[in-house]
Design a protein around this ligand. Structure first.
Ligand code: NAD
Ligand code: TYD
Length: 353
C-alpha cells in the first residue's frame, strides 16, 4: 500500500480516486481535515476497504511512526499543505507549521522507517513530495517558461513555505539518502476544488448571482492543468522517476485570469443561462490587487515528457468544460463545503457578502 497525506483535499482526493481506479493498490490517507479537507470528496469510497482514512497531522511524529510501522507503505505521497496564497497573506503561521515543520517531521519519520526496512524494500521505497511552480517566482511576459534549473525566487508566504519544504526534501535525499522525488506543478483545476480558488470561486459566485472579483487588471498569467492530468503525472513519477530528481508538470495552457473568467461565464451562459438573458460577464468586478501578486507563471514540462513519456491528456477547452459541468451537477458537494468558516473567509477577503 501507499501512504497519501492530505488526501481529503482537492488534488489528494482526486489522486486517491484515480489511484484506486487505476491500480487498486490500497491507500492509507492521513489528513488533518483543516477547512480545506473534505471527506465528502471521497464519499464514493465509504465502503471500500482499500481506502483507510486516519485524521491526523503530518507533524505528529508518534502518530506517523505508528502508522508507518503498522501499515508498512512502499511509498509516501505528500500532498498535505496549506495551499492558498491569499490566506498566507492574512496569516502565515499555519503555512510555516504544516508546509515547513510538518514536512520536516514527515521526512524524519520516513527516514527512520526506511532505515529499518530490509534492503529490497529500502531500494523500492519512494517519498514523493508534491510542490508548486510558485517556488520559482514570477516571469516577465516574454521570458522562457520555468525549467527544473530555474532558481528559487518565491514571493508569497505560501510559495516561500513550499520552497523551504522542497529544500528540506532535497537535503534529506542528498544527505540522508532518502529516495525523494519532487514535482513542481502549475495551477490545477477540476472536480472537488475548494471554492476559495479562482476557478471554483468564479463558478460558484456566478451561479449565486454574486460579483466575480478579478484582482487588479486581470492580466496575470497562470498555466492551468486539469487535476486528473496532474494525478497521472504523479503516478508516472512515482513509478519511473529517478530519486533525487525534480520534475516540472504543466498543461501548456498559459491564460490570463480575465480570459479564464470570460471562458467560465461563456460556458455558464451556454449550460445554465441567467434568467433575463444577460451574460454572467455582467457580474465581473475588478477589485484591489493581491499584495506582491506574481504576474506570470509558465512551466516547461519537456523533461517529464522526454524522460518519462508523460503529457497532459486534456486541453484547456475540454478540461474547463468538464469542470463547469461537474459544478453544475454537484450542488450538494458545493453546499457541503460552504460552512461558517468558508463564509467568514469570504467576508475577510472580499468584504461583507
Ligand atoms: P488543499 O488545500 O485543497 O488540500 C490540502 C489538504 O491537506 C487538506 O485536505 C488538508 O486538510 C490537509 N492538511 C493540511 N495541513 C495538514 C497537516 N498538517 N497534516 C495533514 N493534513 C493536512 O490543497 P491542494 O490544492 O489539493 O494541494 C495539494 C498539494 O499540491 C499542496 O502541497 C500544494 O502546495 C500542491 N500544489 C497545488 C496546486 C494547485 O493548483 N492546487 C498546484 C501545484 C501544487
Ligand atoms: P488562485 O486560484 O488563488 O491560485 P494562485 O494564486 O496559487 O495562482 O489564483 C489564481 C489567479 O487568480 C491569481 O493570479 C489570483 C487571481 N484571483 C483573482 O483575480 N480573484 C480571486 O478572487 C482569486 C481567488 C484569485
Amino acid at each position: 500500500m501507499i501512504l497519501v497525506t492530505g488526501g481529503a483535499g482537492f488534488i489528494g482526493s482526486n489522486f486517491i480516486l484515480d489511484w484506486l481506479a487505476d491500480s487498486g493498490e490500497p491507500v492509507l490517507n492521513l489528513d488533518k481535515l483543516t477547512y480545506a479537507g473534505n471527506l465528502g470528496s471521497l464519499a464514493s469510497l465509504r465502503d471500500d476497504a482499500r481506502h483507510v482514512f486516519v485524521q491526523g497531522d503530518i507533524g505528529d511524529a508518534p502518530l506517523v511512526d505508528r502508522l508507518l510501522a503498522t501499515h508498512r507503505p512502499r511509498a509516501i505521497v505528500n500532498f498535505a499543505a496549506e495551499s492558498h496564497v491569499d490566506r498566507s497573506i492574512h496569516g502565515a503561521g499555519e503555512f510555516i507549521e504544516t508546509n515547513i515543520v510538518g514536512t520536516f517531521r514527515l521526512l524524519e519519520s520516513a527516514r527512520g522507517y526506511v532505515a529499518a526496512l530490509p534492503p529490497d524494500e529500502q531500494a523500492a521505497f519512494r517519498f514523493l513530495h508534491v510542490s508548486t511552480d510558485e517556488v520559482y517566482g514570477t516571469l516577465a511576459p516574454a521570458a522562457p517558461a520555468f525549467t527544473e534549473q530555474h532558481g528559487y525566487e518565491p514571493n508569497s508566504p505560501y510559495s516561500a513555505s513550499k520552497a523551504a519544504s522542497d529544500h528540506l526534501a532535497r537535503a534529506w535525499h542528498h544527505t540522508h539518502g532518502l529516495p525523494v522525488l519532487t514535482t513542481n506543478c502549475s495551477n490545477n483545476y477540476g472536480p472537488y476544488h475548494f471554492p476559495e480558488k479562482l476557478i471554483p470561486l468564479m463558478i460558484v459566485n456566478a451561479l449565486a448571482g454574486k460579483p466575480l472579483p478579478v484582482y487588479g487588471d486581470g492580466q496575470q498569467v497562470r498555466d492551468w492543468l486539469y487535476v486528473k492530468d496532474h494525478c497521472s503525472a504523479i503516478r508516472r513519477v512515482l513509478g519511473a522517476g529517478q530519486p533525487g530528481q525534480t520534475y516540472n508538470i504543466g498543461g501548456w495552457n498559459e491564460k490570463t485570469n480575465l480570459t479564464i473568467v470570460h471562458t467560465i461565464c461563456d460556458l455558464l451562459d451556454e449550460l445554465s443561462p441567467r434568467a433575463g438573458g444577460q451574460s454572467y460577464r455582467a457580474q465581473i468586478t475588478h477589485v484591489a490587487d493581491r499584495p506582491g501578486h506574481d504576474r506570470r507563471y509558465a512551466i516547461d514540462a519537456r523533461k517529464i515528457e522526454r524522460e518519462l513519456g508523460w503529457r497532459p491528456a486534456e486541453t484547456f477547452d475540454s478540461g474547463i468544460r468538464k469542470t463547469v459541468a461537474w459544478y453544475l451537477a454537484n450542488p450538494d458537494w458545493v453546499r457541503g463545503v460552504q460552512s461558517g468558516a468558508y463564509r467568514e473567509w469570504l467576508t475577510l477577503q472580499y468584504g461583507p457578502q
